[in-house]
Design a protein around this ligand. Structure first.
Ligand code: MSP
Length: 505
């Protein structure tokens, strides 16, 4: 997408509604949120989508076990996700649920189109099946040939299923990858996807007769769509496919998917082929990140190592959690999540870095300037640092590398603190010199408040208010409003409690 396209559509995976939100889900969603917020600041007409995946056997089972309908079960459990995103300041524009009528409509239209184009056929699916689960087990479970839930032997069962002719799309996919070298990022993940495609593709089953909780196949109501055909379609449902042509024309060409590496094959191989089969373009880009591990392992229900974002926020505050998720590890490789690492980051960058800068400047304005803010003057040494920090921060967000963006913003935090150490305003008498030092520091804080807003909207608002600036950093436009020299001065500023009090042990 060129910068002049001015529209930006960003999606997260839709999460299984049955699971409780954990820090792994929060990692994707907060990262996407910060990138969406950055695009709003940069003036893009931004549409940010998240949501929940609500069909399938697991949901059907959980509902039965709880004595409610699957719809009611989904209606109750979806709230956990909405609540987690509320607590984490996630600013989605749309929340899609696969049980919504708009989604049924889009899935059925897509199926119809792909069927019409001759890429769906009825065939026999043969697999190892557990009668108690009413489910097929492939790969891992099949190796032991016992059901992982019931421990009883799996049976070889045949069923009529509809199949999507993925194998026909190998050449088209390879051509797409070749002509769109940035389609999947980072490069290592692109290579992984290409590896799957080159290895050869098999048609995959897209329907079940043994399942009832899902979208019916439009021409054969005995079948419901199975898992991926249903789930992936959410991205076009929400963009207006088969309902709002104008919206679809605007949003779909600028669609950016953000996903974890566990669902790379579905997004980077199945999905573009499904779209091609319907005569649609693949999305613009797919960004694939690694896992956030706990003690070197993936978070999972069975290992009981899932950490709830709400608990973390209650303990550390929303800014500390968001900052850590974004700054703690580069986007792409796996990262290790630890409580110690959050605290270390918090103390170094937020308490000692940004928080300390704000506190010492406000204290000095109070003590040396009678609480009246000096304005910023031209020709500060910090002006160049601020311009560079702004350019690098923007480049970091634009390339989906939050940790780089934040490191660049912190160059300005560091340079401003270093400027204070150098000029020692606490030893200066009231007068012009101290006013120019503090005016520069206040201006740097104004720029920092704008630059950190995508990562820490609450903290950025706080800084803005403490600087007595009108409006909100949310309405700033980058890079225009980060240009040096517009802190007005003259306002009465108050000393305040530290924004990020240091945490001990
Ligand atoms: N419902 C499917 C996705 C359908 S998208 C059309 C699904 N849901 S999920 O609830 O299992 O969520 C998977 C996503 O959650 C991952 O792709 C990733 O974005 C995020 N994560 C879950 N655990 C994670 C970590 N431990 N670390 C990082 N991200 C993790 O799959």
């Amino acid at each position: 997408m060129g910068r002049d396209a001015r529209s930006f559509y960003l999606t997260t995976p839709i999460y299984y509604v049955n699971d409780a939100p954990h820090v792994g889900h929060a990692y994707t969603t907060v990262t996407a949120d910060a990138i969406a917020r950055y695009h709003r600041l940069a003036g893009f007409d931004t549409h940010f989508l998240t949501g929940t995946d609500e069909h399938g056997l697991k949901v059907q089972r959980a509902a039965e076990a709880n004595g409610v309908t699957p719809q009611l079960w989904a209606d109750q459990t979806v709230e956990r996700f909405r609540e987690a995103w509320r607590i984490l300041d996630v600013s989605y524009d749309d929340f899609i649920r696969t049980t919504e009528p708009r989604h049924y409509h889009a899935v059925q239209e897509l199926l119809r189109k792909v069927h019409e184009n001759g890429h769906i056929r009825l065939d026999t699916y043969e697999g190892l099946y557990c009668v108690a689960c009413e489910a097929y087990y492939s790969d891992a479970a099949a190796q032991g040939a016992d059901c992982p839930i019931h421990g009883r032997p799996l049976e070889m069962v045949k069923e009529q299923n509809y199949f999507f002719a993925l194998s026909r799309f190998q050449d088209q996919l390879l051509q797409w990858y070749e002509s769109h070298p940035d389609f999947v990022q980072p490069q290592s993940k692109r290579n992984e996807a290409l590896g799957f495609i080159r290895h050869g593709l098999e048609d995959f089953s897209i329907s079940r007769t043994s399942l009832s909780w899902g979208v019916p196949i439009p021409w054969d109501a005995g079948h419901v769509t199975y898992v991926w055909f249903d789930a992936l379609t959410n991205y076009i449902t929400a963009a207006g496919y088969a309902s709002d042509l104008a919206a679809f024309g605007r949003l779909w060409p600028v669609a950016h998917h953000m996903i974890g590496k566990d669902i790379l094959r579905f997004h980077c191989v199945y999905w573009p082929a499904m779209l091609m089969a319907a005569g649609l373009e693949p999305p613009s880009k797919i960004y694939v990140h690694g896992y956030l591990l706990v003690g070197g392992e993936k978070m999972s229900k069975t290992k009981l190592n899932q950490i709830s974002p709400a608990d973390l926020v209650a303990d550390l505050g929303v800014d500390a959690v968001r900052y850590y998720l974004l700054r703690g590890q580069p986007f792409g490789p796996d990262g290790d999540f630890s409580y110690e690492a959050i605290e270390e980051r918090y103390n170094a960058d937020l308490a000692n870095g940004l928080g300390n800068l704000l506190s010492r400047v406000l204290t000095l304005v109070d003590r040396k300037c009678g609480g009246l803010a000096p304005g910023s003057g031209p020709g500060s040494r910090l002006a160049n640092v601020a311009a560079q920090a702004c350019a690098d921060t923007m480049a970091g967000w634009e390339s989906f590398q939050p940790s780089r963006a934040l490191a660049a913003t912190w160059d300005l935090v560091g340079a401003t603190n270093a400027m204070l150490e150098d000029r020692q305003p606490w030893h200066l008498p009231p007068g012009e010199e101290i006013e120019s030092v503090l005016g520069d520091a206040l201006e740097a804080l104004r720029v920092i408040a704008i630059l950190v807003w995508p990562a820490m909207p609450a903290g950025a608002e706080q800084i803005w208010q403490r600087l007595a600036l009108p409006g909100s950093p949310a309405s700033a436009v980058l890079p225009r409003d980060a240009a040096w020299g517009s802190y007005p001065g003259g306002a009465k500023l108050a000393r305040a409690t530290p924004l990020f009090p240091r945490r001990t042990g």
